[in-house]
Design a protein around this ligand. Structure first.
Ligand code: ZN
Ligand code: FE
Length: 251
């Protein structure tokens, strides 16, 4: 299986898993033009689309793709039912595409019905988990998002995290403001800055590394608790998550 990222809009990525024979699956095609171009260039034959949530920058290209490839199967959560989805899926379901079994993980928070797809080692995390950060809480609560992230961080160390946005540098600027002396955060911030200066992608990331540099996954970390304690004392990890998330909203 080959993993490909197709840039879309300002900072979205459309992820494509392709086989050597050209059959492929497409994740969150927010617009059709860049993915149609990539399909032509790579001689891909799209078999299926996976949708993580209903936002337009993730589903906007579905209808055009279905016109061009009428046999495309589109899997998505209930909230995407009017976005071209042919198969509604929920937590615990398994999607079989290209001989690959993807399990559906419910990750509410960014939207009420957001889901992620995992097929070892690939995780398509949509707008739930970003490198160095997490999605904004548009429809869900901080506790929901905290629990969603706990599910994702429990996946195997070697998980390859495919996020839907290039937000890594902004996220690491925020992380630096929270934990300015943390070695892993400093190192990663420098690395990401170097990549972005050259306009290079910072994704995908390996979950084992992500757990060390993403403050939203470190809500039980004693160093992070120490930093938060300078401003406020919060007993529960989900309270510390909520505090971080609202700080990031205003950052
Ligand atoms: Zn979104
Ligand atoms: Fe998005």
């Amino acid at each position: 299986m080959n993993l490909n990222s197709i840039p879309a809009f300002q900072d979205n990525y459309i992820w494509v898993l392709s086989q050597d024979d050209g059959q492929c699956l497409i994740v969150d095609p927010g617009e059709a033009a860049p993915i149609l171009k990539a399909i032509a260039e790579n001689h891909w034959q799209p078999q299926a689309i996976l949708l993580t949530h209903h936002h337009n920058d993730h589903v906007g290209g579905v209808k055009e793709l279905k016109q061009k490839y009428p046999s495309l199967v589109v899997y998505g959560p209930e909230e995407t039912q009017d976005k071209g989805t042919t198969h509604i899926v929920k937590e615990g379901d398994t999607v079989s595409v290209l001989g690959c079994e993807l399990s559906v993980i419910a990750t509410p928070g960014h939207t009420a019905g957001h889901i992620c797809f995992f097929s070892d080692p690939y995780l398509f995390s949509g707008d739930t988990l970003f490198s160095g950060g997490c999605g904004r809480l548009f429809e869900g609560t901080a506790t929901q998002m905290y629990q969603s992230l706990q599910k994702l961080t429990a996946l195997p160390d070697h998980t390859i995290v495919c996020c839907a946005h290039e937000y890594t540098l902004a996220n690491m600027k925020f992380a630096m403001s929270i934990m300015p002396h943390d070695q892993a955060i400093n190192d990663y911030y420098r690395e990401v800055k170097g990549l972005r200066v050259k306009n290079q992608i910072t994704l995908p990331v390996i979950l084992k590394n992500e757990r060390e540099i993403n403050v939203f996954l470190r809500t039980d970390d004693t160093d992070l608790i120490k930093e938060i304690n300078k401003e406020t004392k919060l007993q529960q990890p989900e309270q510390r998550f909520a505090w971080l998330r609202s700080k990031k909203d205003d950052f």
